[in-house]
Design a protein around this ligand. Structure first.
Ligand code: COS
Length: 409
């Protein structure tokens, strides 16, 4: 049965997240955007309320929200300020590979750490010369006795300048393409350098850094999953986090839609509010439909995960459509505001800048189309379980209960 009715608990969760977005994010969002101010105060409040590590299961001290519930939270965070929201959600992206591939000891230590006190983790996949082409990475991890030594640079790392630990992808076999990549948990120490903080077009409140690992040593048990199975771990992580990114894009689009709708009722041209003009009505109507459609795709991609089913196709549908919608709706919102929309004093200018990254991070809209094309041409993949493991025993993992580790991106 298909039912889009939220439970009372889900409604309460959404209300709590909305309240937080309205009272703690919106009042500072435009100010923080100006100078790219690190929103630590807001992040700490989100942590206290359980909005930061919402996906972490109870055994590691988290509230254990489902993927579906994660999308409710992320939409509200995106509505409040997607820059701050991205920093709030980042622990979800960083911890997903730990949850999928980490040993119980590693999970207890590194997932538990995030719920015990306010701490941050970052996901280190992208490199200066390896963005969409993950296999092109150059960072290496060399086994030396009971440890690995990591060397290399990572770019566009959310919260990278403030993270307490990193989940890092590195080549353990340089000649094996995607089958030579492994993933590690890497605690921050003096060998990890933050090379620069990026000065971004949008989502300026979220910290985005370039990070270098210089002979960084990690114990061998910090390997996640099996050696050389890191590429699949990365793909499985993104399947789980893209619904959350899509939800954030829905939040941005909804915010722009609301601003544009309200403005169109106040702005008088040709003697009537511009909302009376069909040219504006059609734009508002398209925005409304696209926001709804994005949300439904997003919910579908999350519910599949909650059911333990593979959602690769649906999470790319959701991420691609919601991101492109956020860009279109925010651009149209600027259009509704006319010249004022182009001025920083008005809210939609920031939303249009913020929306752009949704088409870029966690897989560009072009990569999503590539995944959609492949999944459509090879539909068998859609029936595979979400919990397909990167390790040696896929059958065992396939039978596992639905995971709830990472609704947030
Ligand atoms: N789940 C599990 N396994 C997956 C998978 C998924 N969603 N997608 C691919 N795989 C597996 C394939 O089955 C294949 O397995 P084998 O080694 O057993 O053959 C392997 O991974 C390689 O897959 P593929 O051939 O599709 O890899 P490509 O190099 O062509 O890359 C894309 C695929 C482009 C989709 C991938 O590199 C990608 O998603 N890039 C974007 C990365 C990204 O989002 N970066 C943002 C950084 S996070 S802010």
């Amino acid at each position: 049965m298909v039912d889009f009715t939220l439970t009372d608990e889900q409604k309460a969760l959404r209300e709590m997240a909305h309240d937080f977005a309205e009272k703690e994010m919106r009042p500072v969002a435009w100010e923080y955007d100006k100078d790219g101010t690190w929103p630590e105060e807001v992040l700490r409040k989100a942590w206290e309320l359980g909005l930061m590590n919402s996906h972490l299961p109870a055994e590691y001290g988290g509230p254990g929200a489902s993927y579906m519930e994660g999308t409710l939270i992320e939409e509200e965070l995106g509505w409040g300020c997607s820059g701050i929201g991205t920093s709030i959600a980042c622990n979800g992206l960083a911890t997903a590979p730990i949850h999928i591939g980490g040993s119980e000891e590693i999970k207890k230590e590194y997932l538990g750490m995030l719920t015990e006190e306010f701490k941050l983790a970052s996901f280190c996949l992208t490199e200066p010369d390896a963005g969409s082409d993950v296999s092109g990475m150059r960072t290496t991890a060399v086994r030396q006795g009971d440890k690995y030594v990591i060397n290399g640079s990572k770019s566009f790392i959310t919260n990278g300048g403030y993270a307490d630990y990193y989940t890092v992808y590195a080549k353990t076999d340089k000649d094996a393409g995607h089958r030579g990549i492994s993933a590690f948990v890497v605690p921050r120490d003096d060998t990890v350098t933050v090379d620069k903080k990026e000065d971004k077009m949008g989502q300026r409140a979220s910290n985005t850094a370039a990070i270098t690992f210089n002979d960084t040593e990690v114990p061998a048990d910090h390997l996640l999953g099996e050696e050389n199975h890191g590429f699949k771990l990365a793909m499985m992580t993104l399947d789980r986090t893209r619904p959350g990114v899509a939800a954030m894009a829905v939040g941005i689009a909804r915010a722009a839609f609301e601003f544009a709708t309200n403005y169109s009722k106040e702005r008088i041209q040709f003697g009537v509010p511009i909302a009376m003009h069909q040219a504006i009505q059609f734009m508002i109507a398209d925005m409304a439909t696209e926001v709804e459609a994005s949300r439904l795709l997003t919910w579908q991609s999350a519910v599949l995960l909650d059911e333990g089913r593979r959602n690769t196709l649906q999470s790319s549908h959701a991420k691609r459509f919601a991101a492109d919608t956020a860009m279109k709706v925010t651009t149209d919102a600027v259009q509704v505001y006319g010249g004022y929309g182009f001025i920083k004093e008005y809210p939609v200018e920031k939303l249009m800048r913020d929306a752009k990254i949704m088409q870029l991070y966690e897989g560009t809209s072009q990569i999503q189309r590539l995944v959609i094309a492949r999944e459509t041409l090879l539909p068998r993949r859609a029936e595979e379980p979400a919990s397909e493991a990167p390790a040696a025993e896929p059958e065992k993992e396939a039978a596992a209960a639905p995971e709830k580790e990472a609704a947030a991106a």
